[in-house]
Design a protein around this ligand. Structure first.
Ligand code: MTE
Ligand code: HPA
Ligand code: MOS
Length: 751
């Protein structure tokens, strides 16, 4: 099955926000942003910009008719900075001109005076200064304090984990069209159309029903548009409100990288206690999240870090502390994995430290501590349908781990300048928004009289293949061919109060909502045809391959005839469906609950070769056994697994965000910020999908796939580390990511 947009993408015909033909008299906005990390604005000079030819309006926080507030969880984020700026790149002034070039020229005419204030970029320093967001949280299982003395070995260490830029192909953008009577239509590249609607309404001081948000598709998002598409859409709307003209705001790549938040860097301290055989008895970890300047989604991201802090291991005594630390960097945000990867990196580091001390291969310690059915997570949920051991054993046997290990060891005995390294990386990722109420979705289904079908959901296509998945679900649901189904754009007038397309749950939530809607139409259709056939029980009717069957036998009713007859008999051919994930909850006071509908498991084996003279490395092979439910679209799923993996590998290795002491991003362009390309990826990627009985909660047994594979990438850090240790066996290397070639080289040679 092809990705549903494959043809139009390939021809360049697919439309994104700024591919739509511009309406007449469209204006263009550009953003003037803070040049400093922290300070009070004492003077703002916009006059020179205002008087430029082609500049139509110059707007500041004073020009906001409603509230200057767009914080999604905590109300701490201004749309345009008023008195104080808190990071380099924070929007202060919006300049609107007759072309993008003129608007950008206008931006360069603006000057301001700032009384600079002290700034913080380090999360631990922020914590010590009391600059935190929300309250710290602690999850507890068993009792670590009384367990340390029973351990044969207790080790402590710390991790310094880097952030990650999203590098979606389509940068942040929106177009706002003023309609009659103070209504606006906003075309936004957002994962969360309802968030855009809600905040644009608030900023303009209008009811939500005055704002229509329309999303056709995104050129990638990866979490970077879950929440942070909102501000640009609100700015476009603000400009349209003032000028009464359509206004488009498109960030150039440099502005996008400078102004938007990234994956959260963390600093974490761990303490781990084990028996001499390597059984983990106790684990304590303290996570200091670098949240950036505002709360954004940081508290929710931190929560997922807490929940994933033991990855796919069972540890009987655990204490997990986490805190969001406010720093003077752009506000960090959702990024594929949503805090999970950071929690998992730290436990993998702790295990590495134990293995190195006990002089055992890391995988031996990992294998001894894998999660089993019914084991308790520190957040109170038990592991159900646990595939931790199963995927591990399958990977070890199928890909012959002991042979790889031997090959690596033999190679290292006979090679001096290059060394091989290997790591096994198991994953366990919880599926559901950790914020329980967000696990809901709606769909709107129409059948037209020619038998063609239109499906709208609250899900956004961002390249993950949602449209293909929903089309497949709708076609199966009605029993017709996929050519009958069209997946519509995502629009707030058709679907209200949507959760963002995120948490890997978009197909599960919106697919189920689609099925609920389809059931209603089908039920009416079956009643109608049962009556025509003189059958009492409509349960005997089914539709298969566009043919109506009774007790599984052919009738002379087809889909076309059925629809036409139903319409003539005044039977409604539309329905709205609603779905909410059952049986999930979380009690934040007790810090216990059942936050996830289910977990995704899997195991990867990664092999690398390190050039010890240069610090460069090659990823030789990656072998994965992944837990997937029944597939809706095999190509989409493979794409998600390989794409997620690439992003995880990049995060751990070459994607390096460097800020100078003034808070300016040094790697703020694609020439200095490197993402993995095809050459970086191993030639040899093998993927085994579990032959699963499916997932009772997913549409047609489908399971979430979007985020979990990213975390296989964590393994590459430990594979490279393994090769580094083969070169310098006595040296204790740091747990600092990304492990760039430069960092490898320095660690190999500088003590
Ligand atoms: N794949 C593509 N091609 N583009 C994206 O932006 N986002 C990822 C993942 N895969 C993304 C992607 C993220 S962060 C999430 S949460 C999921 O897709 C969202 O889509 P899903 O819920 O349908 O899996
Ligand atoms: N994932 C993505 N977005 C979210 C989540 C989550 O778990 N919780 C709240 N927003
Ligand atoms: Mo994904 S980080 O939940 O958008």
């Amino acid at each position: 099955m092809k990705q549903s947009d494959a043809v139009s993408h390939t021809r360049g015909e697919s439309q994104y926000v700024d591919d739509m033909p511009p309406p007449s008299e469209m204006l263009y906005a550009a953003v003037f942003s803070s040049p400093v990390m922290h300070g009070k604005i004492t003077a703002l000079r916009i006059q020179d910009a205002c008087s430029m030819d082609g500049i139509v309006a110059v707007l500041t926080s004073k020009d906001i008719p409603g509230e200057n507030q767009i914080g999604p969880i905590i109300q701490d984020e201004e749309l345009l900075a008023g008195e104080e700026v808190c990071y380099v790149g924070q929007p202060v002034v919006l300049v609107i001109g007759t072309s993008p070039e003129i608007a950008r020229k206008g931006v360069r005419k603006i000057t301001l005076d700032i009384d600079e204030l002290p700034a913080v970029t380090d999360p631990k320093e922020a914590f010590l200064k009391g600059k935190t967001i929300g309250l710290p949280r602690t999850l507890i299982l068993g009792d670590v304090e009384t367990t340390w003395q029973q351990c044969d070995l207790v080790l402590e260490g710390s991790c310094d984990i880097g952030g990650q830029e999203h590098v979606y192909l389509e940068t942040q953008r929106a177009r706002a069209i003023p309609l009659e009577e103070n209504n606006f239509c906003i075309y936004s590249a957002t994962q969360g159309p309802s968030a855009v609607q809600k905040h644009a309404a608030k900023v303009l001081g209008l009811p939500s029903h005055n704002i229509e948000v329309e999303v056709k598709r995104l050129g990638g998002a990866f979490g970077g548009k879950e929440d942070q598409a909102t501000s640009w859409a609100c700015m476009a709307a603000l400009a349209a409100w003032h000028t009464k003209k359509p206004v488009e705001l498109v960030l150039g790549r440099a502005d996008d990288i400078k102004m938007t938040g990234k994956r959260h860097p963390y600093k974490s301290d761990f303490k781990i206690g084990v028996t001499k055989e390597g059984k983990i008895l106790a684990y304590e970890v303290k996570h200091y999240q670098n949240s950036g300047a505002t709360a954004d989604l940081s508290p929710a991201v931190l929560e997922r870090t807490l929940f994933h802090s033991t990855n796919s291991y069972f540890i009987p005594n655990v204490k997990i502390f986490g805190v969001c630390c406010r720093t003077n960097l752009p506000s960090n945000t959702a990024f594929r994995g949503f805090g999970g990867p950071q929690g998992m990196f730290v436990i993998e580091s702790a295990i590495a430290k134990v293995a190195e001390k006990l002089d055992m291969p890391r995988e031996e310690i990992q294998a001894k501590n894998l999660l089993r059915e019914n084991d308790l997570f520190p957040y109170g949920q038990r592991a159900g349908n646990c595939k931790s051991l199963l995927t591990w054993n399958k990977a070890v046997e199928k890909y012959k781990l002991s042979e790889i290990r031997k090959r690596v060891n033999d190679y290292n005995k006979t090679h001096f300048e290059t060394k091989k390294g290997i790591a096994v990386m198991p994953i366990c990722f919880g599926i559901s928004f950790t914020t329980t109420y967000m696990n809901q979705a709606s769909a709107l289904v129409h059948v037209y009289t020619d038998g063609s079908i239109s499906v709208s959901t609250g899900g956004v296509e961002m390249g993950q293949g949602l449209k293909s998945n929903i089309a497949s679900i709708a076609a199966k649901g009605f029993g017709v061919g996929e050519h009958r189904v069209k997946i519509e754009s995502t629009n707030t007038t058709r679907i209200a109060n949507m959760s963002p397309s995120a948490a890997s749950a978009t197909t599960v939530l919106n697919g189920n909502a689609t099925l609920v809607a389809i059931e209603q139409v089908l039920d009416r259709l079956k009643s109608a045809v049962a009556k025509e056939l003189g059958v009492q029980d409509k349960g005997r009717i089914t539709i298969v391959d566009e043919k109506v069957l009774c007790d599984g036998c052919k009738t002379d009713w087809t889909w076309d005839r059925l629809i036409q007859t139903a319409h003539l008999n005044r039977i409604g051919l539309s329905a709205h469906g609603f779905f909410a994930t059952p049986d999930i909850y979380f009690d934040k006071v007790k810090e216990k609950g059942h936050p996830f509908a289910y977990h995704i498991f899997g195991t990867a084996i990664i092999e690398v070769t390190l050039d010890c003279l240069r610090g460069t490395y090659d990823i030789d092979s990656i072998r994965i056994v992944h837990d997937l439910g029944r597939q809706l679209s095999e190509l989409a799923d493979r794409g998600q697994i390989e794409g997620g993996l690439a992003q995880g590998l990049g995060w751990m290795t070459i994607e390096d965000l460097r800020f100078n002491e003034k808070g300016q991003l040094l790697s703020g362009a694609l020439a200095t910020y490197k993402v993995p390309d095809v050459y970086f990826m191993p030639d040899d990627i093998e993927l085994t999908l579990l032959e699963d009985e499916g997932n009772a909660l997913g549409p047609y047994g489908n399971k979430a796939v979007g985020e979990p594979p990213l975390m296989y990438g964590i393994g590459v850090f430990f594979a490279i580390r393994c090769a580094m240790r083969a070169f310098r066996p006595q040296k204790e290397f740091a747990f600092v990511s990304p492990l760039t070639p430069e960092r490898v080289l320095l660690q190999l040679y500088v003590d």
